[in-house]
Design a protein around this ligand. Structure first.
Ligand code: SAH
Ligand code: SF4
Ligand code: F3S
Length: 481
């Protein structure tokens, strides 16, 4: 998983710690007042963090901060971190070192720099960060961002602030909303967090500890936010959650799950496309599956992580399903939507994974036929049950397995893209292409599609026919209508 770029709007969960999103937001300081200060936020990890970064920018904009993508210009630097794998967590400390150098340079010019660490590392290692890195002024866990303004004020006045409480419901109720101008600056495809936290406790994973228990936002809050996005010109909304299909709510005395929410959101006039990510196989209920056959706006793309094809490993990962049950979900989804693109996450080298277990993962991949995927070597996380398990797999074997697995997945991705050549499709135009005179849109299956055109078309749906494809993109011609 390494595709996260500066326009992170379409990368399925999770996103890479090694390719951080640098929020470039020259035009986002539209909160009204201006205190002359600038904020630089660096975002790691998944889309939930991307969404949170935007909410932090919204709050700070109202306090008068302008966003910048030049750290040297920033009075306030925030590192919005990810704890999912060891490499991700360690990166924070090297970044703190980088900020320190900038701080020293700025101090020579008489400028003050305040540094805050937010996100999942802040949650997991808050006190340790403060101890290891005296330069850090503020540590704030993901459930405290509604208090950001106060925390920043305190940190700027010289206090060292640590807040890692879980008050998730309050967070969503109190987070500042973006202005219309801010939404427009962020592009035609937007994220909308509907659910946060996780109760599943897979034995390899830190998320239940860093994000807390599963909490769903209310139907009304979600609908209101979706309207606000669409009114500002957003054409595509991706609902986000660590387990987005575990979302549940109530409307008019009826219990709703994600399927019902999608029907409701699809009624919003002006909303062109809907997506959701990340789903857990055990929460793919009938209403949700059927929705894929009935809601035209719901795109035929499903990110459904499986992690392993071995029942023995799935069990010790505490995934609550077998490989056959996973395949059954895929079959049911493809029955209502035969062209569904399936994406997934895989972990190789979980403790106890034998050659045979690994081969079962390879077999499952062959059976499913994936589009885009994310795959990782198991990374031991302190405090998770996996870290206590015997039969650890040596790094060299993990590396070998990952290489083989990724070669197969890459083949499948290229096949998937090449099978689209010659097939007419609608794309939503999002941004400029790399070369002059080119623009890039998204296919229903989340592929980047490059056509000739100009930026006046951003936000439009254009009918195209791909003429070639590689692992990264499709090249297409317009279809004259
Ligand atoms: N809630 C989602 C995934 C969230 S974490 C789900 O259940 O599918 C995103 C991905 O990171 C996971 O799907 C898994 O593939 C990977 N991951 C999580 N913990 C990991 C670890 N300790 N080592 C390696 N990969 C890990
Ligand atoms: Fe982590 Fe499992 Fe929860 Fe996904 S379902 S966030 S992998 S514990
Ligand atoms: Fe990372 Fe936290 Fe997301 S650990 S993957 S930023 S939920």
């Amino acid at each position: 998983m390494s595709e996260l770029t500066n326009t992170p709007t379409h990368v399925p969960m999770p996103t890479p710690e090694d390719n951080p999103v640098i929020t470039t937001a020259d035009d986002k300081s539209t909160g009204g007042k201006n205190n002359g200060k600038k904020v630089f936020i660096k975002t790691y990890g998944c889309q939930m963090n991307v969404y949170d970064t935007e909410r932090m920018e919204d709050a700070l904009a109202q306090d008068g901060y302008t966003s910048t993508d030049v750290m040297e210009d920033a009075d306030l630097v925030l590192l919005n971190t990810c704890h999912i794998r060891e490499k991700a967590a360690e990166k924070v400390y090297s970044d703190i070192g980088r900020v320190n150098k900038v701080k020293i340079k700025r101090a020579k010019k008489g400028l003050k720099t305040t540094l805050g660490v937010t996100g999942c590392v802040a949650q997991a290692e808050g006190k340790e960060i403060m101890h290891r890195a005296p330069i850090v002024n503020l540590v704030a866990g993901p459930q405290t961002y509604h208090n950001l303004s106060r925390m920043v004020e305190e940190a700027e006045s010289g206090k060292r602030v640590v807040e890692t409480e879980f008050e998730i419901e309050e967070k969503f109720a109190k987070l500042k909303t973006p202005t219309r101008k801010q939404i427009i600056a962020r592009g035609v495809a937007a994220f909308l967090t509907v659910q946060e936290g996780c109760d599943k406790f897979c034995t390899f994973c830190v998320v239940p500890y860093t994000r807390g228990a599963e909490v769903s936002r209310s139907v009304d809050q979600i609908i209101e936010e979706a309207h606000r996005l669409v009114d500002a010109g957003v054409g595509e909304v991706t609902l986000l959650g660590q387990n987005v299909n575990a979302w549940h709510g109530a409307k008019n005395g009826k219990e709703w799950r994600l399927g019902e929410l999608l029907y409701k959101l699809s009624e919003i006039e002006g909303l062109k496309r809907l997506r959701y990510t990340t789903s857990h196989p055990i929460d793919m209920d009938d209403v949700l599956i059927e929705a894929h056959g009935k809601i035209d706006k719901l795109m035929p793309y499903l990110h459904l992580p499986v992690q392993s094809g071995s029942d023995k490993i799935l069990k010790s990962m505490n995934r609550h399903h077998t490989s056959a049950e996973y395949m059954d979900v895929i079959k049911r989804v493809r029955k209502v939507r035969p062209d569904m693109a399936i994406s997934g996450d895989f972990i190789v080298g979980f403790p106890g994974e034998s050659d045979e277990d690994f081969e079962q993962t390879m077999d499952l991949i062959r059976e499913v036929g994936y589009s885009s995927t994310y795959s990782f070597k198991y990374s031991e996380r302190p405090g998770t049950p996996g870290a206590e398990m015997d039969n650890k797999v040596p790094e060299s074997i993990k590396a070998e397995r990952l290489l083989r697995l990724q070669a197969l997945l890459r083949e499948q991705l290229i096949d998937f893209n090449q099978n689209c050549v010659g097939k007419e499709m609608d794309i939503l135009i999002e941004k400029k292409g790399r070369d002059a005179g080119q623009i890039v849109g998204r296919s229903p299956w989340l592929q980047a599609v490059v056509i000739d055109g100009d930026m006046s078309e951003v936000g439009n749906i254009v009918r195209v026919k791909p003429k070639s494809a590689n692992a990264a993109a499709l090249m297409a011609d317009r279809i004259k209508s």
